[in-house]
Structure formats: structure tokens, C-alpha cells
Design a protein around this ligand. Structure first.
Ligand SMILES: [Zn+2]
Length: 258
């Protein structure tokens, strides 16, 4: 009569009965949703009007960003050299990558049909911008070339091949925040983040769970438009699954992006 309750109590201590409140690991129903998604902010064509706001906003928001710079823009004025130096001075948070010297003079077909000339243009930018990495973005073209991704149209393939042989990575973009004829952001911040969410959900990115956003510095030269950049970054930061990074942390870069 006594043994049974003692055994019952001991059994409960060492082998607790599963009641509805017991701690049982819940089955993970949506495993991919727990994965971190990496977002890379990139600003093209600077230093230009608007670059200063992009720098200030990313510093204030404490978010990393990559500036794909145009050699000729940097060399043009003391002000643009100062902007370039401000990016360089915040190397922990920012990086500068090669976006050509002339930006193809905006004559893309001519530029890419002369691959030796185009290659030399990138090398001129590499030298004049004193770039320390091997990451390039083609002007006016979202080609990709890393150890893992090979995406290039017939037009740009010859210069991509030359840059590849010289050890460079080519980075395109997954989502573009476009601008209208007056250079202002075309979409609202929420719309841009909806595009990001959708690209991740549909796996419409060059690398699964990694997404590069293309923006242009000049879009954010007015304070009302700068506020849109702040809002867009705020929306990205509010998603606990999203982590922001510099392009140097993109997976599969040749020689680790150096
Ligand atoms: Zn560009």
C-alpha cells in the first residue's frame, strides 16, 4: 500500500508524464522560413549629387552598403573626391567597387562590342579609384560571373570573359529601385520591400537567400527622397529574417572578393 505511491512519485520525478502542458519540441513546419536572408544594398554611378545623403543615411541607420563608383565622376571635382574619401573612411561599413571609368559614355552596345577597350576602361577605373577588391559591376547590364554564377548576354560575354580571365567577379542585381525621368525614386519604399519579399519567396535571386538591391545615388539628392531611403531601410531592418551585408560577403566570390 505504501510502495505504490512512492514508486508513483519517483516515476514522476524521473519519467515525467506528458501532459498537455509538457515541453515537447514542436515540429518545424516551415523550416525554410527560419533561414536568414541576406540583403546587399548597392548604390551606383557615384560620386554624384545624392551620394552624401546615401552615406549619411547608411551611417545613421548603421547598415552596410556597397558603392559602385565611376572613375570619371570621382576624378571630376574636389567635391566628388571628398565624397569618395568619406566612403573610404568608413571601410568597416562601406565598400567601393568598380563600375568602369566612363560608364560606357552611355553607349552600351558600342562599349561591349569593343571588349578590349571596355576591359581597359575597367582597369583605368581600378587604378584611378585605387580599388582593393576584384568586384566589378558592368554599366547598364546585370551580368553575373563568380565561381558559382555565370549569367551574361551575348553582347557582354566577350568582356566578361576577359575580366574573368583577369580574376574579376562580376556582380549584377536582383531587385532594382528604379527612377523616373527626373531621377526620383519610381516606387514607394513599401513596394520595393514587397519586391524583395517576393523575390526571396519565389527564389528569384541569383543565389538562394541572397539578394542584391540596385539603387542610384542621384535618386536621393532631395530630402523628401532621402526620407524614402530611410523608410525602405527601416522596413528591411524590421524583418528579423533579413540581415544586411556588403558585397564582399557575397558567397562564391573568386579569391574571396580580393
Ligand atoms: Zn551605372
Amino acid at each position: 500500500m505504501i510502495i505504490a505511491p512512492v514508486f508513483y512519485i519517483l516515476a514522476h520525478i524521473f519519467f515525467p508524464i506528458n501532459t498537455s502542458n509538457a515541453i515537447v519540441p514542436k515540429p518545424v513546419l516551415n523550416a525554410p522560413d527560419n533561414e536568414i536572408r541576406y540583403v546587399y544594398l548597392s548604390f551606383d554611378d557615384g560620386p554624384l549629387e545624392g551620394t552624401s545623403n546615401c552615406i549619411d543615411i547608411c551611417l545613421n541607420q548603421k547598415v552596410p552598403a556597397t558603392f559602385f563608383e565611376v572613375g570619371r565622376h570621382q576624378a571630376s571635382t574636389n567635391r566628388s573626391k571628398a565624397l569618395y574619401n568619406r566612403i573610404m573612411q568608413n571601410e568597416a561599413q562601406f565598400m567601393i567597387a568598380n563600375h568602369s571609368y566612363t560608364h560606357a559614355n552611355s553607349k552600351y552596345k558600342y562599349f561591349y562590342r569593343h571588349p578590349t577597350m571596355a576591359f581597359d576602361d575597367f582597369m583605368q577605373a581600378q587604378n584611378s579609384l585605387a580599388i582593393k577588391n576584384n568586384i566589378i559591376r558592368l554599366p547598364g547590364n546585370s551580368a553575373w560571373n563568380t565561381t558559382a554564377i555565370k549569367k551574361a548576354s551575348g553582347l557582354v560575354k566577350p568582356v566578361v570573359h576577359k575580366l574573368d580571365s583577369a580574376g574579376f567577379n562580376i556582380i549584377g542585381w536582383d531587385v532594382e529601385w528604379g527612377f523616373d525621368k527626373s531621377g526620383k525614386p519610381r516606387q514607394a519604399p513599401q513596394f520595393v520591400v514587397d519586391m524583395v519579399d517576393s523575390a526571396f519567396a519565389r527564389n528569384h535571386t541569383a543565389t538562394k537567400n541572397h539578394l542584391v538591391i540596385l539603387m542610384h545615388d542621384h535618386m536621393f539628392r532631395a530630402s523628401a527622397d532621402s526620407a524614402k531611403l530611410v523608410a525602405m531601410i527601416g522596413l528591411l531592418k524590421s524583418n528579423p529574417k533579413y540581415q544586411l551585408r556588403k558585397i564582399s560577403q557575397y558567397p562564391g566570390l573568386k579569391n574571396g572578393g580580393r
